[in-house]
Design a protein around this ligand. Sequence first.
Ligand SMILES: *Cc1c(COP(=O)(O)O)cnc(C)c1O
Length: 391
Amino acid sequence: MTNAGKGIPFLDLVTPHVELQDELMNAAKSVITTGMFVGGPIVEKFERDFAQFCDAKYCVGVSSGTDALRFALMASGIGKGDIVLTVPNTFVATIEAIIQAGATPQFVDIDPRTYNISVDGIREYLQTHPGAPVKAIMPVHLYAQMCDMDPIMAIAEEYGLLVFEDACQAHGSQYFSAKNTRWQKAGSIGKAAAFSFYPGKNLGACGEAGAITTNDEQLATTMKMIRDHGQNKKYHHLVEGYNGRLDALQAALLSVKLPHLAQWNSKRRELAANYNELLKAVPGLVTPFEPTWSKAVYHLYVVLVENRDELQQHLTEQGIGTGLHYPIPLHQQKGYQYLGFRTGDFPVTEKLAGKILSLPMFPQLQKQQQERVVESLHQFCGKQTVSAGIK
Ligand SMILES: *Cc1c(COP(=O)(O)O)cnc(C)c1O
């Protein structure tokens, strides 16, 4: 290691918890000493507060983001024989949920600038498959930047489809709806939205947790049954359900962290703006594109670069942590070959997968650390001449 000094992690899960440790310990203690481990007022309080944070009427706490996606589909009657449109450029849980609900995922390629679902791609699929049993669209707000929701909602209305937001990376992301002439939060637009509180997410639990938001009271009631063995009261199983509840300990810890989320998110936006500025000087590197209608909260800060693997190696040698989100598109994953897609089917996603690199991004990242990341990038990219665009 040359000139590495102290390393810069990709993500810091220690500092925010050390900063809040007294409050977190007290919250944990209050659960342990009351003995209400599953359900109860602590879970309900978090649900109310998170619904409010998302500008949604209802929130149903569940055991993970994957369950959140799955329960939202199941409660809406999406299942066997139904097609759900989504992207191959996402975490595998998006399609796990669709498949486990009994439905079939159909991929649409991404927009080369935002890396999110292509609105033209959705339209094209629907126009070229007039008889297909498409029932829903699952746009993924990847890296905490929202999809272009106005046209997605308009297409859904035109074709009678439901929209489920995969907001698992997008706690607090905003979209300016020209139609409604206001900023709208992730989780407030579709039929329902799924959030993950996996520890590394913008709002993370100290373990596994997730939530679904919706404005539909009936749907919220059904999802509450599905997460709890399909019962509306003990031993009265009205629908087929699962063990998928949010436990009180995680809810209590999340309630300590939630009041800090807005400030952590603005810190992320500030750090992203700083990266954008510093990286202007680095040749051949493409920084994230944020449309005027988007306020992304940078769960991930992802750049595109040629020779990505060598660059990642270079940064690792300098003690700088990075990530790849995601290196293998879902249609090229071994376990999903049976879906029948082939390499070449989604060229924008495929090209992107070879060039993406997620740089260190977390609210406690220091400006000097960012400067060191950029310096290392400069060292490497200064020797490059080709630009990494994917158009
Ligand atoms: C994290 C994530 C999920 C799954 O959430 P879990 O809580 O890990 O089950 C789903 N979709 C996306 C896009 C994610 O990033």
